[in-house]
Design a protein around this ligand. Structure first.
Ligand code: ADP
Ligand code: 5GP
Length: 215
């Protein structure tokens, strides 16, 4: 069974940057391509960065139950399509969901076993610099900064908190979380025969008794 990892942070913190490096470094992890009604930025590709939709298409999607969650962020709709997550779970591939903070809470309500990771900027000043670097100077930057001040306290409700001062460090830490999750007892024991090929150890794990607890 694939697991769901939610990566969330105030806009401009570095979610997309960290996510794209992470996806190159972790096998069996697939990004969920979310849908939006905003215009593509230069270099962004439909079906790769986002599924770009018109407002009418998106609203039809809402009516048809296409989204696990959706939100209006900075005047545009953003939504998580259900079908990709369902497919990943079936194919035993982990899903990486890069979404805003309110979306993260909604997903966690539907999938309480999802692992939520909050990425923090090292300071508000650095967040501002990153927003300018990303070209947000004219697109609601003050609004995004005010929103960041309301989003940062939400970190305490996430399973993990990572400071994105250096991209490679943040990527390493998130990679460690994903790899550790894959070693969780229940996850390993549920799929034993696909990960362990030793018949004698398999039979001890299945039928043996723990000499400390079960004598
Ligand atoms: P988000 O997806 O959270 O909105 P981006 O990944 O688009 O943020 O990053 C915003 C800007 O900050 C980009 O210009 C990116 O290159 C830069 N950035 C991301 N992480 C770091 C970091 N650790 N140090 C310096 N700059 C960073
Ligand atoms: P941007 O327009 O800068 O790419 O994204 C704006 C914000 O919307 C970001 O915080 C981004 O993570 C968030 N976002 C992207 N996809 C989704 C989604 O499917 N659902 C929600 N709730 N937020 C999303």
């Amino acid at each position: 069974m694939g697991r769901l990892f939610i990566l969330s942070a105030p806009s401009g913190t570095g979610k997309s940057t960290v996510a794209s490096k992470l996806l190159h470094q972790v096998d069996g992890l697939r990004k969920v391509i979310t849908a939006t009604t905003r215009e593509p930025r230069p270099g962004e590709k439909d079906g790769v960065d986002y599924i770009f939709m018109s407002r009418e298409e998106f609203e039809r999607g809402i009516e048809n139950g296409m989204f696990l969650e959706y939100a209006e962020v900075y005047g545009n709709y953003y939504g998580t399509p259900k079908d990709q997550i369902e497919r990943n779970i079936k194919e035993n591939v982990d899903s990486l969901l890069v979404i805003d903070v309110q979306g993260a809470f909604r997903v966690k309500e539907v999938f309480p076993e999802a692992v939520s990771i909050f990425l923090l900027p090292p300071s508000l000043e650095e967040l501002r610099r990153r927003m300018i670097g990303r070209g947000y100077r004219d697109s609601n930057m003050d609004l995004r900064l005010e929103m960041a001040k309301k989003e940062i306290p939400c970190a305490r409700f996430f399973d993990y908190v990572i400071i994105n001062d250096f991209v490679d460090k943040a990527v390493d830490q998130i990679r460690s979380i994903i790899l550790a999750t894959r070693c969780e007892r229940d996850r390993v024991l549920r799929n034993l025969s696909s990960v362990l090929h030793s018949e004698d150890i398999l039979s001890l794990l299945k039928g043996g008794r723990c000499y400390v607890k079960e004598t």
